[in-house]
Design a protein around this ligand. Sequence first.
Ligand code: ATP
Ligand code: HSE
Length: 317
Amino acid sequence: MAVYTHVSAEALSAFLRRYDGVGALVSAKGIAEGVENSNYLVDTDRARFILTLYEKRVDAGDLPFFLDLLDHLAARGLPVPPAIRDRDGVAVQQLEGRPACLIRFLAGVSVTRPTPAQAATAGAALGALHRAAADFSGTRANSLGIADWRPLLERCGGDLDGIAPGLYARVDGALAAVEADWPHDLPTSVIHADLFPDNVLMLGDSVTGLIDFYFACRDLRAYDVAVMHGSWAFDPRGEPLDGVGAALLAGYAAAHGLSDAERAALPVLARGAALRFLLTRAWDWLNTPADALVTRKDPLAYLRRLDWYDAHPEAFA
Ligand SMILES: Nc1ncnc2c1ncn2[C@@H]1O[C@H](COP(=O)(O)OP(=O)(O)OP(=O)(O)O)[C@@H](O)[C@H]1O
Ligand SMILES: N[C@@H](CCO)C(=O)O
């Protein structure tokens, strides 16, 4: 469970009183998903909300960018949850010593084993997101982009071999190959950069919510497609799901378009995305505080994807 910061009922009640019309606190439960921020499901006598307290990887200075992006996408009809402003127009508050936002609750559930039909609509939602982001002028560098992976590898160092024998050398070699082949001339825009199944809320085959924009940044659009491929087209252990990757790409291409150059780059972008999540998961695996209520995510599930991408260069043809 991702609850790093505990919120008392008194502090939460006082927090809610800053807002007009949200009602009085009835209950608050820590949410059992996620690893980055502390999230609570908050029920008042009027409605349901999400309370997010921003933790380790979210820089408070970036919050205005994320919140402006959510407002921009919501204004264009995307199912994203804007932060609610208090009666003074303030979205980012302080609660229990952390930056915190009250966020509109969106209906839907995230799928753990997507079908091709669900992957197609989720891919189309990413295409719609890229279309809507095209005229968003805000910008933020990718703080977990290709330039950051080697420093992260070196920070993990030989401890990686404690996760799996030979892991450091395997990642070092794979990263060198990705660095050598990385494309630098593909189209960029603001991208989500973490659109895993757990960040897409669905009812049946329809997308009802796109959440967790806290890695959004300006980077290659096709890298966003590769991040989605790695997280959607495999089961949680890293075994490929029949037809799901192809359906995801078809959904994205139909909604947005995917050039031949972008498609040709997907094999290296997908190996890069696999390394990004392998490395951040490995870092968390090695450094998660003992008292955190968080379920660590398995770094080796991304080693299996890396192996699969190496063995299937034809996957994106
Ligand atoms: N606006 C929302 N409406 C409904 N549910 C939400 C909303 N925001 C978050 N959630 C729920 O809270 C969970 C955790 O949220 P989120 O993914 O933002 O956390 P995180 O710690 O940043 O996660 P991650 O590990 O994916 O980076 C989601 O899986 C979802 O169940
Ligand atoms: N979605 C990521 C967590 C955010 O870095 C993962 O599952 O590893």
